[in-house]
Design a protein around this ligand. Structure first.
Ligand code: MYA
Length: 430
């Protein structure tokens, strides 16, 4: 059951663009359902936009047909018409309150909404928003393959998502580069007669050619008015921040002086005062070694989890990583944790259908009631025994009581600790 319903888009152009593939055969405008403008599945719409097959057995033919769309790609960004933020504005309804059958898919044992399912919906919506921005009314199919490159940030505005109340998503493109698009989305839930904010999300999508091999140009974006100008400038600042963070990554450069002192003091705290040795390490009170705060999982990537480009759906990867990270935080803190923020989920490489996907979750930083978790995913080729990193995920959880201090033992673990601290400071202390 996929009832992720498209309610309305701001501009009539976009509304038309999104409806063409969904028009009934007699050419009538899409049905009004419960007073909503249009009502069909976001994922079905995405399939139509790119011409994806609905059966795995047809996927090769569908891909071969897409290759012929390469000639439709723009040679430069300037030849593409400028778009506004309104062109990509979408409002999508998830009727959990009114459709008990749909609710089953979203329900946790504890009568809350599965956040992993919300991640999947956000991912699909970010792709549809990007296709609305790049919509060309002269083409039946889009030549672009739009993939998720990064979940920059998801800030939770409330902990509980109720399974018996309707959900509304809104979002639009907020910034574009040459081949990349930033989309922001807002999720709210209908409670006590009004919608209240649940979360804000920022995704970065990248446009590729029909075969998903090379980058492809996207339409320029022109802010309309001071409010949109401000949003666009924020997008520009986000891009610079991302570049800065990546340059300062601990995988490339040494920690700062302050960070080195933190690592050394953690080290000194674990030395056994009874021995004059760098080797004998003792776990301080109320602490846990990082080595003992891990959880692992394996996914066999079946065709059922494919996206419209016949790779594994980014939302599925996020759901699996989130659930493992949540279980890791739950086991570490000894209670069910709440999600506070998601940041910097990097999609480094696509995951092929049939892959063995290894997921490892690690509690890498703690502070008071907070648990910072990092999930790393890699594909493992059993024939060549090669491992390749595909994604890195960062989740911040909070517990309703103080959690043990996490303590690194090795230099590598210390870097994970510092990286976790950086992510924590960015999301929680901002
Ligand atoms: C048929 C059944 C269907 C079932 C329905 C299922 C649901 C349907 C839902 C469908 C949902 C489908 C959705 C899915 O499931 S997508 C599946 C999940 N995502 C992926 O698999 C992507 C994996 N990663 C890659 O392929 C590459 O790393 C990409 C392509 C992302 C970049 O590769 P590469 O690094 O070689 O690219 P480049 O150097 O040419 O740069 C290109 C542009 O990208 C910008 N950039 C790059 N990285 C980042 C970054 N980290 N932050 C910000 N920006 C970044 C860069 O600045 C430049 O921008 P600009 O300066 O040109 O503007």
């Amino acid at each position: 059951v996929c009832r992720f319903l498209l309610l309305r888009s701001a501009a009539s152009l976009t509304t038309r663009s999104l409806c063409t593939g969904g028009l009934p055969k007699d050419g009538r405008a899409p049905d009004m359902v419960d007073g909503n403008l249009v009502c069909f599945s976001v994922r079905n719409r995405l399939r139509e936009i790119v011409g994806a097959s609905t059966n795995w057995s047809d996927h090769k033919q569908a891909m071969a047909e897409r290759v012929s769309l390469s000639s439709m790609l723009a040679k430069s960004q300037q030849e593409l018409p400028v778009k506004t933020m309104k062109d990509s504005y979408l409002e999508v309804h998830l009727p959990l309150g009114s459709e008990p059958q749909l609710r089953e898919k979203y329900l946790t044992f504890h009568n809350t909404v599965r956040f992993g399912r919300i991640l999947e919906d956000l991912d699909s919506l970010a792709v549809l928003i990007s296709y609305s921005h790049t919509y060309n009314p002269e083409l039946k199919r889009s030549p672009l393959s739009i993939v998720t490159a990064l979940v920059d940030k998801i800030d939770m505005r409330q902990h509980n998502i109720y399974p018996n109340c309707d959900i509304k998503f809104t979002g639009h493109v907020t910034w574009v580069g040459k081949t990349s698009i930033e989309a922001k989305m807002h999720m709210s839930q209908f409670q006590n007669g009004a919608y209240s904010s649940v979360l804000d999300a920022t995704f970065v999508m990248v446009a590729r050619d029909p075969e998903n091999k090379r980058a492809a140009f996207v339409n320029p974006l022109k802010p309309d008015g001071p409010e949109e100008e401000k949003i666009f400038q924020e997008g520009e600042a986000n891009k610079s921040r991302r570049v800065e963070l990546s340059t300062a990554s601990l995988l490339k450069v040494a920690p700062t002086n302050e960070e080195r002192e933190i690592v050394h003091s953690l080290f000194l705290n674990t030395l056994d005062p009874k021995t004059v040795s760098f080797r004998s390490r003792v776990l301080p009170p109320n602490s846990e070694w990082m080595e003992d705060a891990k959880m692992k999982g394996l996914e066999i990537c079946h065709p059922q989890e494919r996206n419209i480009f016949n790779r594994i759906f980014g939302g599925f990867l996020m759901r699996k990583a989130y659930e493992l990270g949540w279980a890791n935080a739950c086991s570490f803190g000894g209670r069910r944790p709440n999600l506070v923020a998601v940041d910097d989920i990097l999609f480094q490489r696509p995951v092929d259908i049939g892959s063995l996907l290894l997921l490892s979750s690690q509690v890498c930083y703690t502070e008071g009631n907070y648990i910072q978790v990092r999930v790393h995913s890699e594909v493992f080729n059993p024939l060549t025994r090669q491992h390749n990193t595909t994604n890195v995920f960062h989740f911040t959880f909070s517990s309703d009581h103080e959690v043990p201090n996490i303590v690194p033992q090795t230099y590598g673990e210390s870097m994970l600790y510092l990286d976790g601290k950086r992510h924590f400071n960015q999301t929680v202390q901002q």
